[in-house]
Design a protein around this ligand. Structure first.
Ligand SMILES: *Cc1c(COP(=O)(O)O)cnc(C)c1O
Length: 385
């Protein structure tokens, strides 16, 4: 049976050209970039070229890019690193985040609250999950040390008005972090236009390797390392850098800049085909997330009275790999907390489906998927009730 992959928001295959670029850094240019000798220098050159590539494409300085092990680690470094520095300087105690952040942000904020006595407030969102700049302005406090609002939501695909939120934070001199792990996979951006102070990325969402990410940190910001040891990454992230993965990330990121527009046009057409078909053909279905301000490859739905996890299994058995949108596993009948936050009743929120497309997705794959989807939803509704 052929299996069709429709879960590009979970991860993407590494581009063949990226694999080829990474290869020599495993066994030929393998030196430790911190070593003084020739082998070390060659690796350091590759590392610094990769840093330069990322920096120039987002209008940052190379010294403002810290390589990490993942999007999750970048989020952790942003929140915990800023919180620790604020604690050291005794300048404030309050974090402001959206209520539908990725767990890498929300769980970190949670731990800072539970273990370290920070206060966390949650920004109001509308039914689509949008955070407005005025909501940030009215929720900011004198003791706020960080605002964190994701660029685009992984579950419902909604894109936030980052530069407007950034403006409010800048006006109030509060550092602003955005989790751009989904966002950065689909468009070019400039950190000064976005007015962000910290921005997280992860390579495996844009055809780069898993296990590598980056955090943009505006120079002059007070931040402490959360992984302590050697002085790698400007003293902000100890550990010998994973040069092959970092080189691969830079190559994949460059391709987003070069090929982003054509990739976008390709997936947008297929995405709208899915959305239009589902809303027309499947009764008691709704699109989740913003109808326009959403990721170009992202279609997400709720189906009333259909268990989402069962639907994923039924679709998988039919040869289609989709997601319920969050990382929740089968056997856990809890609806996604994001969908509950957005105001969906549990009878709807339990029936979530996320279909995300990629540069390898074809019209034929989408047609085949749409042929089976209504029947699968019907079947699952029969099993659920
Ligand atoms: C995937 C994802 C992450 C986590 O990135 P990893 O590199 O898998 O750790 C964080 N935030 C968002 C929005 C994501 O989609």
């Amino acid at each position: 049976m052929t299996h069709i992959y429709l879960d590009y928001a979970a991860t993407t295959p590494v581009d063949d050209r990226v694999v080829a670029t990474m290869q020599p850094y495993y066994n030929i240019t393998f030196g430790n970039p911190s070593s003084i000798h020739h082998f070390g220098q060659q690796s350091e050159l590759a590392l610094e070229n990769a840093r330069e590539t990322l920096a120039k494409n987002i209008n940052a300085l190379p010294s403002e890019i810290v390589f990490t092990s993942s999007g999750s680690e970048s989020d952790n470094l942003a929140l915990r690193g800023i919180a620790l520095a604020a604690r050291q300087k005794k300048i404030g105690n309050h974090l402001l985040i959206s209520p539908i952040e990725h767990p890498a942000v929300s769980q970190t904020a949670d731990q800072l609250a539970k273990l370290h006595g920070f206060k966390v407030s949650y920004l109001p969102v509308d039914r689509y999950g949008v955070v407005t700049a005025s909501a940030v302005l009215s929720t900011l406090r004198d003791d706020t040390i960080l605002v964190s609002v994701m660029g685009a939501n992984n579950e419902v695909g909604t894109i936030n008005p980052i530069s407007e939120i950034g403006q409010v934070c800048q006006d109030n001199a509060v550092p602003f972090h955005t989790d751009a792990v989904q966002y950065a996979a689909h468009q070019s951006f400039d950190v000064n236009e976005l007015k962000v102070d910290l921005l997280s990325m992860g390579a495996h969402k844009f055809y780069g390797p898993k296990g590598v990410g980056a955090l943009y940190i505006r120079s002059g910001l007070d931040i402490l390392p959360i992984l302590t040891g050697g002085s790698q990454e400007f003293g902000l992230r100890a550990a010998t850098q994973n040069v092959p993965l970092i080189v691969g990330m830079a190559e994949a990121f460059q391709m987003v800049q070069d090929e982003g527009t054509s990739r976008r046009d390709h997936v947008l057409l297929l995405r709208d085909q899915i959305i239009n078909y589902v809303l027309k053909e499947i009764p008691a279905s709704q699109l989740t997330g913003h109808p326009q301000e959403r990721l170009p490859n992202h279609a997400s739905f709720v189906f009333e009275g259909a268990d989402g996890n069962t639907l994923i299994q039924v679709l998988d058995a039919a040869g289609f790999a989709c997601s319920s949108g969050s990382a929740c596993k089968t056997g856990d009948p809890k609806p996604s907390s994001a969908l509950i936050q957005l105001g969906y009743e549990p009878s709807w929120a339990l029936g979530s489906l996320r279909v995300t497309l990629g540069k390898n997705s074809s019209k034929d794959e989408v047609m085949k998927f749409l042929e089976v989807l209504p029947g699968c939803v019907e079947k699952v509704r029969g099993l659920t009730n």
